[in-house]
Design a protein around this ligand. Structure first.
Ligand code: PLP
Length: 494
């Protein structure tokens, strides 16, 4: 039996780096050999609450609902809440255990790009580490440079930079909706639902809708108080698929509503279609609206740099009058601290690299993703991904195996997302891997070997059976003619 020592959630001082011993490739454990995961340290309850009352101790020690499950997982699962002690390409060391990182959203690999890294120092010399003013007070020049470059890339009139999409959801949604109506797609990212709570607290009317039932949304839009805003994810963070954007934009036009799209994942990966495109992701990475050939009429596009661009920045792409309105109405422009200068530098240089060699990076990303998807199909496994985007979720047949699957992957050197019930619905429990341009072919092949072994122990959903059946199994089922990275035919299961 192979014993592998893994950390618990107890904070561990980073050990002096071992001589850069290069990790065994993932999948090195012999197939069929039982792998026992040994937790290096028992996870004691820390004693920090000594100065707190019994009532507060009870609250903090016994989280309820979803938090209880997360609490349990953090205490027991090696693949949660880990401290990474070293990275080498997409290999990461957690204490003495090396894994290959398939949980990163750094799609273009710019986090490791020497040109990006080298660019940071000169910006710090010129601007210091952090502007510290709220944007309302003042902003260093790179802000204006990035906003202008972004607007040109996306094809919008203007763009407004804020630190994160989370800030944007919490401040821009309530600012735009005011006392009107907000419709949020049920599968939208949690931060959009948090923004909806804030909108309701400010007097807006909030409702959820399903993108496969736009007829229902249309009925409700007819009697909804103005202003009306429809909020959806662009490329979906779990399935990698796209929303029925053309239908949504047409619907919004009929009812004087805006469509607000959170394209956190699509920006930097998918873009306008072109005869000379290097992959079905399209060209220039200018986002889902351009990729699907739509115009920006009645559209607010939100995106972030924290995924494809490996930086801490986010934007609202919109007409200049909307930007001006938000400067007086969105709390995060007025009250929040800005992004650090290192993020402005990596964002700006990332955009320059995108123009020069972004399509080359996307071609590599597509090749690696295709290799993984073909391998998954070859194993007969289901994935929710019908688009070819580098987010690949593979559901488990038995959702109760989530923790064991996570332990197995970790022990075999795969860092991947595994989310148990009830954090996601039972039919969505499984593993999620992301591919980046900085992964290697060998890493993809090793992952496929580990997946085959994992499937032998903890059966994964099979193609054409489980995946097609469940709610949310695929966001864009059907019509997968290979015309593009993202199919725009949304019709989620019942
Ligand atoms: C769809 C989506 N929206 C928003 C966010 C949050 O983005 P940020 O880190 O910029 O707040 C994420 C991050 O995972 C996401 O996947």
């Amino acid at each position: 039996m192979t014993q592998i020592s893994v950390p618990t959630n107890v904070p561990v001082q980073a050990e002096a780096a071992e001589p850069a011993e290069v990790a065994e490739p993932i999948g090195a454990t012999e197939p069929g050999v039982a792998v026992e995961v040994v937790h290096a340290v028992e996870a004691p309850r820390p004693g920090y609450l000594d100065g707190f009352s019994d009532a507060w101790r009870a609250v903090l020690n016994q989280p309820i609902g979803l938090r209880a499950e997360l609490d349990r997982m953090r205490a027991t699962a090696p693949f949660y809440d880990a401290t990474v002690n070293e990275i080498a390409g997409r290999r990461v060391r957690i204490r003495d255990h090396w894994l290959t990182d398939f949980a990163s959203c750094n799609y273009l690999g710019l986090d490791l790009d020497r040109e990006v890294i080298a660019a940071v120092g000169p910006y710090l010399d010129r601007w210091g580490t952090h502007p510290s003013w709220s944007r309302m007070i003042a902003s260093p020049e790179p802000y204006a440079d990035i906003e202008m470059t972004l607007a040109a890339l996306l094809g919008t009139q203007d763009a407004l930079l804020l630190p994160t999409i989370t800030h944007i959801q919490l401040s821009v949604l309530p600012a735009l909706v005011a006392r009107g109506s907000l419709f949020v797609e049920v599968h939208a990212h949690q931060t959009a639902h948090d923004g909806a709570v804030m909108t309701a607290a400010r007097g807006g009317t909030v409702a959820r809708f399903r993108e496969d039932r736009l007829d229902r949304l249309e009925r409700r839009l007819r009697r909804a108080p103005f202003p009306r805003l429809i909020c959806v994810d662009g490329i979906h963070s779990m399935t990698g698929n796209a929303p029925p954007l053309a239908d949504l934009i047409a619907l919004a036009g009929r009812h004087d509503a805006l469509v607000y799209i959170d394209d956190a994942h699509g920006f930097g990966v998918v873009g306008e279609r072109a005869a000379n495109e290097t992959s079905p992701y399209g060209s220039r990475g200018n986002g889902i609206v351009r990729h699907l050939g739509q115009a920006y009429d009645n559209v607010i596009l939100v995106g972030g740099f924290s995924k494809a661009y490996s930086s801490l920045l986010a934007f609202v792409a919109c007409p200049t009058p909307v930007k001006d309105y938000l400067k007086s109405a969105a709390g995060s422009y007025i009250f929040s601290g800005p992004s650090p200068v290192a993020s402005l530098a990596t964002g700006l240089v990332g955009l320059q690299i995108n123009e020069r060699r972004g399509d080359e990076l996307r071609a590599r990303l597509y090749t690696l993703t295709r290799r993984l998807l073909d391998g998954i199909h070859g194993l007969g496994l289901a994935t929710l991904n019908t688009s070819g985007f580098p987010i690949i979720e593979i559901p488990l047949r038995d959702p109760d195996h989530a923790a064991e699957l996570g332990d197995f992957l970790y022990a075999r050197g795969v860092l991947a997302g595994v989310v148990p019930f009830p954090i996601v619905p039972r039919e969505k429990v499984g593993m999620r891997v992301q591919v980046t341009a900085a992964n290697t072919e060998a890493e993809i092949d090793d992952l496929l070997a580990v997946l085959a072994d994992a499937h032998a122990r903890y059966p994964l959903a099979l193609a054409d059976t489980e995946a097609a059946a469940g709610d949310g199994a695929a966001r864009n089922v059907g019509a997968v003619q290979n015309v593009g990275a993202v199919q725009n035919v949304g019709a989620e299961g019942a």
